[in-house]
Ligand binder design. Structure first.
Ligand SMILES: C[S@@+](CC[C@H](N)C(=O)[O-])C[C@H]1O[C@@H](n2cnc3c(N)ncnc32)[C@H](O)[C@@H]1O
Length: 246
């Protein structure tokens, strides 16, 4: 993929500041509490490990964590934080690992950055192959909003407004491909940053169907890392898959 739409290359320079503003740094203890209990002595692989926001604190709990990311800049941020995590550059849609993991996980809607159905299914298949017999795949995804049904229509949402920052997301909807091509506009002081990205949104039931196609079945679904129930009001979900029973 060209660097023009490589999420990691675009976000790396502002990632720490951005995730802190979005509350993603504050919630990390809860995320790690959730993930740690599935590792029970085994190791974990993070898909789209980024700067190690989750992987670093998880490894501090004693879990051996490894990771994949396709962005050199993100991997450099991770390397600056720790040398305890083995991470390599690769595509989370198509990877093979000699090792088997007790948990493979993909958080913060990273899965939707795979913007074709084929890439998403390939990712689930690669993840399934990397699990040990009792292993689980954990995926955190936002619940898609209600997008306009007509192609090309635009939506604008305010992501954050405070005294110093205004963050808007302007998206064009491509309903045929379930894609949102968007630009985040981050105004702060006298600067404006433009952060483009493309995602393929997925509802939870489609995720289950794709997982079933590769031999996984849903074991648990929660509305957040604190294990709240997943309801019609949930804005995200954390879904846990195991190998399908024979
Ligand atoms: C939303 S960030 C999440 C980073 C980290 N997991 C976290 O929770 O803070 C998505 C990460 O996935 C990486 N990524 C996006 N598409 C990828 C792909 N096809 N293969 C590997 N990594 C990818 C990006 O470089 C970025 O580091």
């Amino acid at each position: 993929m060209s660097d023009k739409l490589n999420y990691g290359e675009i976000y790396a320079p502002i990632y720490e500041e951005y995730t802190a503003l979005q509350g993603k740094v504050a919630e990390v203890d809860e995320t790690v509490d959730f993930l740690e209990r599935y590792c029970s002595g085994g190791s974990a692989l993070e898909l789209g490990i980024g700067d190690g926001r989750v992987a670093v604190p998880l490894s501090k709990r004693g879990v051996k964590v490894e990771g994949i990311d396709n962005s050199c800049s993100m991997l450099k941020l991770l390397a600056k934080r720790t040398d305890l995590i083995k991470a390599w550059q690769g595509d989370i849609a198509h990877f093979r690992s000699e090792q088997r993991y007790r948990m493979v996980y993909c958080v913060y809607s990273t899965f939707t950055l795979l913007f074709t159905r084929e890439a998403q299914i390939a990712c689930l298949r690669s993840a399934m192959d990397a699990l040990d017999d009792d292993g689980v795949l954990v995926i955190e995804l936002g619940v898609p909003g209600c997008y306009p049904s007509v192609g090309g229509q635009k939506t604008t949402t305010a992501r954050l407004v405070d005294y110093e920052n205004t963050i808007l997301n302007v998206a064009v909807h491509d309903p045929l491909n379930q894609n949102l091509v968007s630009t985040l506009l981050w105004f702060s002081g006298t600067s404006v940053r433009r952060l483009p990205q493309r995602v393929r949104y997925v509802y939870h039931q489609e995720l289950d169907t794709m997982a079933e196609c590769v031999g996984l079945e849903l074991a648990e679904r929660w509305g957040d890392w604190a294990r709240s129930a997943f309801t019609e009001r949930s804005e995200s979900h954390v879904s846990v898959y195991r190998r399908s029973s024979p």
